[in-house]
Design a binder for this molecule. Structure first.
Ligand SMILES: O=C(O)[C@@H](O)[C@H](O)[C@H](O)C(=O)CO
Length: 416
């Protein structure tokens, strides 16, 4: 199945925000930009909330039917590997093969030797159209990248073959992700990794590398924006080159993971993809759930009380909630306001602290990150939380649509 040039992963932890999200995609479509919807919910999120991929499929189909969305949409088996794929395979048509856990594991000496022999022509200087200086690949670099990533690519291949065995000829979109790791992959490394992917015959549509800088959940990019954009641009050029040089399916595009909220890099990313006529997949990460909380807070009364109760619980359960996300959050715990302080907040104070508006002095990135990983608290409230979303639908939906459209889709895809 081919995915369009532009796609956005729309996270929806509680399966309630489909229609509000489609409204954002519809608005950008009406403005002349087609962006495919990829509903993503990772295995980690399913486990925390107690939902299944079948629930995600149903939420997506229902939202599409209810809103009359006529564009493409997909359901993403997000961050899966051989140990988790089976629960997803029957319900998904987009597969994010997450091989991060296998980075650094050694492939067999035979496969390492075979890869280096097969790809020995990469050693030297490679002129990649669009990159000013040639990429320099030494024997040492080829070997080091193979030692670090070849096994991970083999694992992606095992998972892909397994999916194919189950799905047969049903069309699927394949993404390979290696982003939740500490060490970024530079453009020359990405090129070598793509050679290994091509050798394995994985029909990859998108690849999510680990870029330089920090991609923390729910907050802006941390790092040198200019350096990031230079790297991103080079990676786009490498992906285009890999299509020509290695026979990877045309249209290969980069995927930016934990891509929601990275406002400082969106305008530059948008300029680059338009200049190079490249595609993009941007995977949001639970940002919608924060809009639910903002909506509840703005509703006041019991909605605000519930939002405060969630903060109190999150504050008290910091270690437990932060642990699964320790690599992708950066919270100054000592700077968090106490639950008693938050208890005294008005709707505007709560919403102001949480909404990702960096021009608002009330915005608090520590509060935002803590609540980002605190969705387990709402999940445990079960029907009480879900009923509050229904009761305050108007407030919640407005925030969900506005966040996706005004802070994400427009800065990325609307021409400046
Ligand atoms: O919390 C999660 O597991 C998700 O936010 C997940 O990380 C997300 O879907 C993602 O892959 C962002 O890149």
């Amino acid at each position: 199945m081919t995915i369009g040039k532009y796609s956005v992963g729309a996270g929806d932890r509680f399966g309630k925000e489909g229609v509000a999200q489609v409204a954002a995609f519809q608005a950008i479509k009406d403005a002349g930009v087609d962006v495919d919807i990829v509903w993503n919910k990772s295995n980690r999120e399913h486990k925390t909330i107690g939902t299944t991929p079948a629930d995600q499929r149903k939420a997506a189909d229902d939202a599409v039917t209810a809103s009359g969305w006529a564009g493409r949409y997909f359901v993403d088996a997000d961050h899966i590997n051989m140990s988790s794929v089976d629960a997803f395979v029957g319900h998904c048509d987009f597969f994010t093969l997450d091989v991060t856990d296998f980075i650094g594991k050694p492939a067999s000496p035979e496969s390492l030797a075979a890869f280096q022999a097969r790809r020995s022509s990469l050693v030297g200087e490679i002129e990649v159209p669009g990159i000013a200086d040639p990429l320099v690949i030494t024997e040492d670099l080829l070997r080091a990248v193979a030692e670090r990533y070849l096994y991970a690519v083999e694992e992606a291949d095992r998972t892909y073959r397994h999916i194919k065995d189950v799905k047969g000829d049903a069309p699927i979109v394949v993404e390979v992700s290696m982003d939740e790791t500490d060490k970024p992959q530079k453009p020359a490394e990405l090129l070598i990794i793509l050679a290994a992917v091509a050798d394995a015959g994985i029909p990859i549509a998108t690849i999510a590398p680990k870029f330089s800088g920090r991609f923390n959940k729910g907050v802006d990019y941390v790092g040198e924006v200019t350096d990031f954009l230079a790297e991103f641009r080079a990676d786009v050029c490498v992906a285009n080159y890999a299509v020509e040089a290695f026979g990877i399916p045309a249209g290969l595009k980069l995927s930016v993971h934990t891509g929601s909220d990275k406002f400082s890099i969106y305008p530059g990313i948008g300029d680059i993809i338009r200049e190079l006529d490249a595609g993009l997949h941007l995977k949001t990460a639970g940002t919608t759930w924060l809009e639910e909380l903002i909506g509840l807070a703005e509703a006041g009364g019991q909605g605000l009380d519930l939002a405060k109760e969630i903060y109190r619980s999150a504050y008290g359960r910091y270690d437990e909630l932060a642990a699964p996300y320790s690599d992708v959050i950066d919270i100054d715990q000592a700077a968090l306001p106490s639950p008693d302080t938050v208890e005294g907040w008005t709707s505007a104070q709560y919403a102001g602290a949480l909404r990702h508006d960096q021009s608002n002095p009330a915005y608090d990135r520590n509060v935002r990150q803590l609540l980002h990983v605190a969705y387990k608290v709402a999940a445990e409230m079960g029907p009480r939380y879900l009923a509050a979303l229904d009761e305050h639908r108007e407030h919640v939906a407005r925030n969900v649509t506005e966040n996706l459209l005004e802070r994400h889709l427009k800065p990325l895809f609307a021409t400046r």
